[in-house]
Design a protein around this ligand. Structure first.
Ligand code: KG4
Ligand code: ZN
Length: 444
């Protein structure tokens, strides 16, 4: 009797049609009212439910491209370089930005639209999932409509749709993925389910940048991830180093907060700007993990050393609660943090390059991607390192390093070019989404 009841209950749910999100939700629907107040500390100052999702590459990963079209509409006809160009809509809502873009299948970017949630999470100490979801719901329709309008393309004229389906905040991913799948289903278009990390990596291959061919070594440095990967092809990456604790983007954001800099949309750019005015030699901070001769990363110790140095400087200057250190002191602190972090990256990446050379892996290109790859000090140091070792260096243009709609569209195009598409009728998204395999022979 009970199973029958359950079946009766489930049947109508399963037969619900896939619903396209309404194109215009009033901004007043931002769900502040849904905030569970018990998550506030008694002082109300600190949000305890904020997101911390560092994937340290220690999971058993199995993500791989199937050899042919998946359960969805196969891409007709098999894509080739001579196929006539078609329009692709890309949608990305894995964290706190609602992004869409329209690309031509040759990689030409026709339009980009983004609704940033910068102000919404300011003061919470991180991204608040419920708030982010509500803001995505309010913005997704207008953002997609703007991307299409700016490209001068109607939804019916699209050739394919792509959207990030993981990893990220599940309730946020779902908003973008549903909207994109809805458009694909409505117009009978091939749909490409995009992996956020792979999309960051594939941005290094977006034309007109010099064609980056596999295999290469990729350093992925973002707010949620810090990994070194050996990439042999689409869906074929293996982790050769990961962070033991925080990501570098997270450390930048914490440092920005401690220095009283704006953190909305990520504190990295503000720290980078302030560091330009400072001298790292005026504050001594350690380069992490000098004892461990591997390719892993750690930023928690550096972050703590920074906290202590900041505290000492404040004490020395007699700076009281709620007051700020003089700008030059803060600039020296920012410069020192960045200097140590960049040396850490250089050491680990240099070691991984050396091991690739020793193994005769046939890899002579480093690709640096993710939000932190927008940082000129990071790019400059790694480009120099490549120059010294006779490696080639690639990074997407800084604007396209942080999350955006172009990366979803371009990763979708790469997938379709490989003859793979996904089911637009599915509704799954993946908070944790297996991506690269751990190295079979163990860490480098
Ligand atoms: O890739 P992304 O947009 O989101 C994730 O996938 O996590 O990366 C965001 C992170 C933030 O932590 C932000 O502070 C950092 O990238 N970031 C930077 C810079 N621009 C963004 N960090 C250092 N310097 C920058 N210029
Ligand atoms: Zn990202």
């Amino acid at each position: 009797m009970l199973p029958l009841l359950l079946l009766l209950l489930l049947l109508p749910m399963r037969s619900l049609p896939l619903r396209l999100l309404p194109l215009h939700l009033p901004a007043s629907q931002l769900p502040t009212r849904h905030l569970p107040s018990r998550l506030y500390s008694s002082s109300g100052a600190q949000w305890r439910g904020v997101v911390k999702a560092v994937d340290n590459g220690k999971h058993k990963h199995t993500y791989a491209y199937p050899s042919s079209a998946l359960s969805g509409l196969p891409f007709p006809p098999p894509y080739s370089a001579s196929s006539p160009p078609f329009f692709v809509l890309g949608v990305e809502t894995s964290c706190d930005d609602t992004c869409a873009a329209v690309l031509l299948s040759d990689g030409t970017v026709l339009s980009e639209a983004k609704a940033s949630q910068t102000d919404l999470h300011e003061g919470y100490g991180g991204v608040v999932p419920n708030l982010a979801k509500g803001a995505h719901e309010a913005a997704i329709g207008p953002v997609i409509a703007r991307a299409l309008a700016d490209a001068g393309v109607a939804a019916a004229e699209l050739g394919a749709v792509a959207a990030t389906v993981g990893p990220g905040l599940e309730i946020c991913l779902r908003v973008g993925a549903r909207a994109a799948r809805g458009i694909a289903a409505e117009h009978g278009l091939p749909f490409a389910a995009v992996h956020h990390l792979e999309a960051h990596i594939l941005m290094s291959r977006l034309p007109p940048a010099a064609e980056v061919t596999f295999p290469f070594l990729a350093l992925l440095v973002s707010g949620g991830h810090c990994q070194l990967l050996r990439c042999g092809g689409l869906g074929r990456c293996e982790v050769v180093g990961g962070t033991l604790d925080d990501s570098l983007g997270e450390a930048y954001d914490k440092v920005a907060r401690m220095l009283g800099l704006p953190v909305g949309g990520g504190g990295g750019p503000a720290v980078e700007e302030l560091a330009l005015e400072g001298d790292h030699r005026n504050v001594k901070l350690p380069v992490p993990m000098q004892q461990r001769k591997d390719c892993d990363f750690s930023f928690a110790g550096l972050k703590n050393a920074f906290r202590m140095a900041n505290g000492r400087a404040r004490e020395l200057r007699g700076v009281g609660e709620g007051e700020e250190l003089p700008r030059l002191d803060r600039a020296d602190l920012a410069a020192s943090f960045q200097w140590s972090a960049v040396r850490h990256l250089e050491q680990r990446v240099g070691r991984a390059m050396g091991r690739c050379e020793e193994e005769g892996a046939g890899i002579d290109r480093l690709v640096v991607v993710g939000g932190v790859a927008a940082n000129a000090a990071v790019r400059g140091a790694l480009e120099r390192l490549c120059g010294e070792r006779g490696w080639q260096f690639s990074a997407p243009e800084p604007r396209l390093c942080t999350d955006n709609g172009v990366m979803a569209a371009w990763a979708g195009i790469e997938k379709l070019r490989a003859g793979v598409s996904d089911d637009a009728g599915a509704d799954e998204v993946f908070a944790r989404y297996p991506f690269a395999r751990p190295r079979e022979e163990g860490p480098l």
